[in-house]
Design a protein around this ligand. Sequence first.
Ligand SMILES: [Zn+2]
Length: 266
Amino acid sequence: MKYIEPHAHMVSRTTDDYQKLAIAGCEILCEPAFWAGFDRSSAEGFYDYFRQLTDYEPKRAQKFGIKHFCWLCINPKEADDPVFAREVMSVIPEFLDKETVLGIGEIGLNKNTRNELIIFEEHVQLALDHDLPILIHTPHLEDKRKGTRMILDALANFSQLNREKVIIDHVEEHTIAMVLDQGYWAGMTLYPESKCTPNRAIDMLETMDADRLWMNSACDWGVSDPLAVPKCALEMRKREYTAAQIQKVVYDNPLRFLSQSPKFSV
Ligand SMILES: [Zn+2]
């Protein structure tokens, strides 16, 4: 089965994981910029991280026939100091011309602080200035509903924003409807500990309009599963989905959203 992994943090994973992804049928993988498991002490730390995302990881993925794309930003977890965040953001434009940079992400909120929100809005403006799609992270567990509401309210102030070019990730049962109802795309993250299980994701597929939905593993430095997407596809097969229905969610939908970035090509 061919599929797209639209959200994985491969800088935290081993080369063996690339091999497993390739064997499972992963053809394209997208890596949003995020926390790398530790707080970076300087903007130069991010500069090197962006080099890693735009130069090194595509080559590592290519060894296994996987096409690697990335998204750039300073993640909300490290963006609570606006002076530092703006210093990091000032180096992003020089990377936007790199051939595998899809857009701005994953921006969003972590602890729903005022400073996080200010930097979130400045990232949205950066994306608008460069006419790029946006990938948004929503907070975990108890902060998720409030954080998602804050994000949607902030986005509503950008009247020139094309909502079709914005995906709000890590939705769950209590946030998916508000995201889709407002015309955005939604991402479901399959995570062993928090976020949702394959069966919960499939239940959401069945209750929502599945046209603007994708699934990802968001595998990273923590307990997570790089093969979560093909494992969910297997659950779909057990629940008697057809091959075409499965392909729509794990390949066609991400392809449609990602194709809005001028850099994306299969
Ligand atoms: Zn992520």
